[in-house]
Design a protein around this ligand. Structure first.
Ligand code: NAP
Length: 290
């Protein structure tokens, strides 16, 4: 069993702490507002008065606070305890924030692992919990057994920004899916059809359309949007135009889908109407040299 410290006992920090205790680890906890540690003390956690004391108490410290401004504030208070320790920062942020934190923490003499939690607090320790990690490989290898108690642990590479990049990309896919769901539900709602009843049609349809994505991924990777086209972009631009016209006629807002039609039209006007819609990827990807 490991000696582990946790900095931050919000909804997620509580779940991480509870799981570590259930798995028999010796846990030291600290939270800016002390009363949040109370339920964990009864389960065997030890509370300390400062982030510095928490880092000093264990080889590995897991930090999970609101954002990187909060993470930086915690490190400001605890910097002198960091040499020789390992910090695993599971706070949500951007790749640039993770890289800057890695530089700062390693500069202070600690090993740094960044992480992205792909789970809600009740999912921690369950079969669907996934946590992405990047940064120090040695730190990941040394603490992988304990980290796996929280959920599947996927190490992505030594660049500390990779966990955040993958985390945010996965969430982007989720929000795109949610946007389609919200738009479709608003469209049927305009005729009094409940979202729950409509979902009996929408759910299987969206699942079937997921089957298109590996083919789009192949076209994106090869740059060949003209291969095996069965539903060309010009046709789909006309059909998305119909969707948005009907949306306005039904008195529903078009905000969620307007940007997609703009991209379809731009690509169509540039002469790629005969290719697949995966071609809009070329309009949004980072241009080389940047
Ligand atoms: N909840 C989820 O479903 C979920 C899922 C995946 C990832 N996450 C990520 O996990 C992280 C924590 O989320 P949460 O749900 O635990 O949030 P939360 O319940 O709002 O808790 C926020 C935590 O951050 C601390 N904090 C805020 N500002 C601070 C500062 N300046 N200095 C020190 N501590 C500070 C709070 O301390 P006080 O108690 O003193 O306010 C509290 O412990 C976030 O980055 C979030 O994006 C959450």
């Amino acid at each position: 069993m490991a000696n582990i410290s946790i900095l931050g006992l919000g909804a997620m920090g509580q779940a991480l702490a509870t799981r570590f205790l259930q798995q028999g680890h010796r846990l030291t906890v600290w939270n800016r507002t002390p009363d949040k540690a109370v339920p964990l003390l009864a389960k065997g956690a030890r509370e300390v008065k400062s982030a510095k004391d928490a880092i000093a108490a264990s080889d590995v410290t897991v930090m999970c606070v609101l954002d990187y401004a909060a993470s930086a504030a915690v490190i400001d208070q605890a910097a002198s305890a960091l040499p020789g320790r390992t910090l695993v920062n599971l706070t949500n942020g951007t790749p640039a924030q993770a890289r800057a934190m890695a530089e700062r923490v390693t500069g202070l003499g600690a090993a740094y692992l960044d992480g992205g939690i792909m789970a809600t607090p009740p999912m921690i320790g369950g079969e669907h919990a996934l946590i992405l990690y990047s940064g120090s490989k040695a730190a990941f290898d040394a603490h992988a057994d304990a980290l796996k108690d929280l959920g599947a642990a996927n190490y992505l590479g030594t660049d500390a920004g990779l966990a955040s990049l993958h985390d945010l990309a996965l969430l982007s896919g989720m929000y795109g899916l949610f946007a389609g769901f919200f738009h479709a539900s608003a469209l049927v709602d305009s005729e009094g059809i409940p979202a729950g009843a409509f979902f009996k049609l929408l759910g299987p349809w969206m699942t079937a359309m997921m089957g298109e994505l590996p083919g789009y991924a192949e076209k994106i990777d090869s740059g060949r949007h003209d291969k095996d086209v069965v539903s060309n972009l010009g046709m789909q631009a006309a059909s998305l135009d119909n969707i948005l016209t009907a949306t306005r006629e039904q008195g529903v807002a078009t905000d969620l889908l307007d940007p997609m039609l703009d991209l379809f039209r731009k690509r169509d006007s540039a002469g790629f109407g005969h290719e697949d819609i995966s071609g809009i990827f070329e309009l949004i990807r980072r241009k080389s040299g940047k």
